[in-house]
Write a protein that binds this ligand. Structure first.
Ligand SMILES: Cc1ncc(COP(=O)(O)O)c(C=O)c1O
Length: 356
């Protein structure tokens, strides 16, 4: 599969690489950026002049609409290097489709597929040395779009900037993840923007998440905004519950991000004959399962950490502990997904994408 067509991306080369300034053994997630960035502007009804240039500051008017109305969307994906030095992406077409889905909800024009793949793949080759081989090492890829038109009238922008940044990443060990179930705050609502990767969705989570952190927890599991009775997803992860040997997860709706890791875990589970129920999961069902011992695992799924097991959850000031296990579904799916991503096992699903 080749998703590129010749889109003639202009490349402005760096003079010297900054790679030697970076300590690849002590990376903090999302803090370092590679030598290049990709940029493409939308003006007069078209996206034009896709360019790769040295990473650096932008010059944007303070009146740009992104600063006033938050018209911005983004994506998160990763590139991996195998032992032969080949660069791989994981289901990149899904990220491409999702950013345009998010853009549509925010009244942002769709970005062309040939520009996306030509820009991404050309830049991956230019920044190839920043992708270290070895399980756990990767390059986090951040495509995003911002509204750049000057003007403080509350209406969609006529001008946009699409960009891609790369940030080298190491294995992301979340350790024991302790979560609080949301009883008051909401991440999204019916008919809202929860299914889009809209920048503002994340800003809105920071305050309630800080309150959870003050109590010693790491993340919030969001619940339905109507009744706060049904479990939906976490800050940047979809959530699965294993009750006995059945996996439960909230169905995709306009309140939930349609996670690519979620989709992949469901496919692996179904292939293995594991019963998966995509349906509303009530809080009482999970607290009862925890008390009667049938709740075996809770784990989050997302690009950054692949799979993060939850060790404890809190609801109405009561803390519930999950059994500790290294043999569960979380461990098994994480192992298979990462082996597919690093080209270590056969990819029967056709998820891996070679950058050539
Ligand atoms: C709100 C939210 N849910 C779920 C996910 C997981 O999605 P994916 O598996 O595509 O990374 C993310 C991360 O992108 C997210 O931001």
């Amino acid at each position: 599969m080749n998703l590129k067509t010749q889109a003639s991306v202009t490349v402005n080369k760096i003079e010297t690489s900054r790679i030697n300034e970076v300590d690849f053994n002590n990376l903090s997630f999302g803090d370092e950026f590679t030598d290049y960035m990709f940029e493409c502007d939308y003006r007069a009804g078209t996206w034009s002049n896709p360019t790769i240039k040295p990473f650096g500051p932008l010059s944007i008017s303070p009146a740009a609409k992104v600063f006033h109305y938050g018209q911005a969307v983004f994506e998160g994906m990763k590139a991996y290097k195998d032992v032969d030095g080949k660069i791989w992406l994981f289901r990149p077409e899904d990220n491409f489709n999702r950013i345009n889905h998010s853009s549509k909800r925010l009244a942002i024009p769709a970005f062309p597929k040939n520009f996306f793949f030509e820009g991404l793949e050309t830049m991956l080759k230019l920044d190839s040395d920043w992708i270290k081989p070895g399980m756990g090492n990767s390059l986090y890829i951040r495509p995003f779009v911002i509204a750049t038109q000057c003007g403080v009238s509350a209406s969609p922008s006529d001008e946009y900037k699409f960009m891609i940044l790369f940030s080298p990443a190491q294995a992301y060990y979340t350790g024991d993840v302790k979560v609080v179930i949301a009883e008051h705050f909401s991440r999204s609502a019916d008919g809202g923007v929860g299914a889009a990767k809209a920048a503002g969705n994340y800003a809105a989570q920071f305050y309630p998440t800080n309150l959870a952190k003050e109590k010693g927890f790491h993340q919030v599991i969001w619940t339905d905004s109507n009744e706060h009775n049904y479990l939906e997803e976490a800050g940047t992860m979809n959530v699965f519950f294993r009750v006995n040997d059945t996996l439960l997860t909230a169905p995709i709706s306009d309140r939930i991000l349609d996670g690519i890791t979620r989709r992949s875990v469901i496919a692996l589970a179904k292939r293995d004959g594991i019963k998966v129920e995509e349906r509303r999961v009530s809080i009482s069902e999970i607290t009862e399962a925890s008390i009667n011992g049938t709740l075996k695992e809770i784990f989050g799924t997302g690009t950054a950490a692949v799979i993060s097991p939850v060790s404890d959850f809190s609801y109405k000031e009561q803390v519930y502990h999950l059994p500790k296990s290294t043999e569960g579904f979380a461990t098994r799916f994480k192992k298979e997904l990462t082996e597919i991503q690093y080209n270590q096992i056969e990819d029967t699903f056709g998820w891996r994408y070679l950058v050539e």
